[in-house]
Write a protein that binds this ligand. Structure first.
Ligand SMILES: [Fe+2]
Length: 228
């Protein structure tokens, strides 16, 4: 899938090295997620950055003690040169499910970019966005528009481990989106009404199904322009 709803960000990470660093962090740092979409015990997280109040009253997130001496985890954070508000491990335990829901404003267009990096993947781990199954391979990095309905389920025998990073949109992200997930151009956007009517006339001389489909699309576009 390559569009602004979901696309693979072209960075690969060393999942095993990152898992090893995470497993060396004391277990008591892991907390349970409580929300209406998960059952108790299914979803856990481990924060890797923490908020610090700045002199100007703003909040900046910086690495917490869990990142000390863990260069691979720190490197991931530096890989995305924008301000962040979340950097955490997310673990969906075997048999666990995050039921379908939408997250308000969590998408690029609203300035809020959530990155998923899969650190432990196995058959039976499923991610659905807008009803479509997305294959997230171990070590891969994804952007998902989470204002769309999404759900995750883990039918495997091992935890589904992701790193999650919430970034603020900036020029670096704009460049990445325009290169790897260009905005879809509306069909016929560059044509004038006269050109569309001329195309409609030409297409009406054909009988193929592709021409017929296009003819219907052109007729709809002409009707929409005349209406509005
Ligand atoms: Fe969500």
């Amino acid at each position: 899938m390559l569009n602004r709803q979901a696309f693979q960000i072209p960075f690969e990470f060393d999942a095993q090295a990152l898992r090893e660093e995470l497993s060396s962090i004391p277990r008591e740092q892991v907390k349970e997620t409580y929300n209406p979409y998960v059952d108790a015990g299914d979803l856990e997280y481990l924060d890797l950055i923490e908020p610090i109040l700045q002199q100007d009253g703003s909040i900046k997130f910086i690495p917490n003690q869990n990142l000390k001496g863990r260069p691979h985890l720190l490197e991931v954070l530096k890989h995305f040169p924008s301000e962040k508000k979340t950097y955490r491990m997310h673990t969906l335990n075997p048999g666990g499910e995050i039921r379908e829901h939408r997250d308000n404003q969590r998408r690029y267009e609203d300035g809020d970019i959530r990155v998923h990096i899969a650190l432990q993947s196995a058959a039976g781990m499923e991610t659905y966005l807008n009803g479509e199954k997305i294959e997230i391979k171990e070590g891969s990095c994804w952007y998902l528009d989470l204002t769309l309905p999404h759900r995750m389920v883990n039918h495997s025998a091992v935890p589904r481990i992701h790193l999650i990073i919430d970034c603020y949109r900036n020029a670096w992200w704009d460049a990445l989106f325009s290169e790897h997930a260009p905005e879809e151009q509306a069909p016929f956007a560059n044509m004038s009404l006269e050109e569309l009517e001329s195309l409609q006339f030409q297409l009406s001389g054909f009988e193929g199904s592709a021409e017929l489909t296009m003819l219907q699309e052109v007729a709809l576009e002409i009707a929409a322009r005349k209406a509005g």
